[in-house]
Design a protein around this ligand. Structure first.
Ligand code: ZN
Length: 261
């Protein structure tokens, strides 16, 4: 197994000593071929035993075992699943269909799966609540970050003005050329987004997530945008678009530490 496990962590969120978070890269795992090496996605053509070993390795970095990590069946929508119980994690077909998870339970990690789509971690430091969101273009357009903040507000009295967020590595504007109709869908909904002044032929999905978090009430200084393109950096990241679908998956993970300071 390659010993070089590299994980991106938000410098901003590292200031919260009671939170652990990170975005995986493709290094440090045992998969081969298009899944070289840290493929964390069960729903790929990779050998399941390798994905299991890779996931255990990644989780162990955070002191977690697989039972402590919650995921969802991602469907490119705006549903948010609330993790209310510490009980055994559902897996496979039992996973709830959603594109984000929220919890206030210490020791229970929330994680989303990515290969170009934007990973967003939202933290409410006042009520100690954390959310992991998968924001592809459909979910972004459907307003999934608003959806997450709304659920946090209803469930935990979260005020977006008090929240912090980290936007991890995702396909950049440099590599995300899309049809004009798709640009128009965003423009029609939010004509004031930065970088959306037509004519353009590319989308900056991570930048749009930042803009939408600000619209929702987060302070600009409380949003950490990685600004790293998964497609450009082939040695470090899987990219669904660059690799034409035959590729591995990264995880975005956040957890409230059990022994809180
Ligand atoms: Zn790029």
């Amino acid at each position: 197994m390659d010993g070089d496990l590299r994980i991106y962590r938000s410098e901003l969120l590292l200031k919260l000593p009671w939170l652990a978070q990170g975005f995986s890269t493709r290094t440090g795992g045992c998969s081969t071929g298009p899944y070289t090496t840290l493929n964390l996605g069960p729903a790929t053509g990779d050998l399941p035993s390798r994905v299991v070993a890779n996931r255990e390795r990644f989780f162990s970095f955070f002191g977690l075992t697989p039972e402590k990590v919650r995921g969802v069946k991602q469907v490119h929508g705006r549903e948010i699943f609330v993790v209310r119980e510490k009980g055994p994690a559902r897996t496979g077909a039992g996973l709830p269909a959603a594109d984000g998870l929220v919890t206030a339970l210490p020791g229970v990690a929330v994680a989303t799966v990515h290969a170009d789509c934007v990973p967003v971690i939202i933290v409410d430091p006042v009520h100690r609540v954390v959310a992991a969101v998968h924001a592809g273009w459909r979910g972004t357009l459907a307003g999934i970050v608003f959806s997450a903040l709304k659920v946090m507000g209803v469930e935990y009295k979260t005020d977006p003005g008090e929240c912090w967020a980290a936007i991890g590595p995702a396909i950049g504007k440099c590599c995300y050329r899309v049809p004009q109709e798709r640009i128009n869908l965003f423009y029609n909904q939010w004509p004031d987004l930065s970088g959306l002044t037509p004519p353009v032929d590319r989308l900056d999905l991570a930048g749009i997530s930042r803009d939408l978090l600000r619209k929702a009430g987060l302070a600009g200084d409380n949003i950490d945008l990685a600004g790293i393109c998964t497609s450009c950096r082939q040695e470090e990241f899987f990219s669904y678009r660059r690799d034409r679908g035959e590729t591995g998956r990264m995880l975005s993970l956040a957890v409230l530490k059990e022994r809180q300071e």
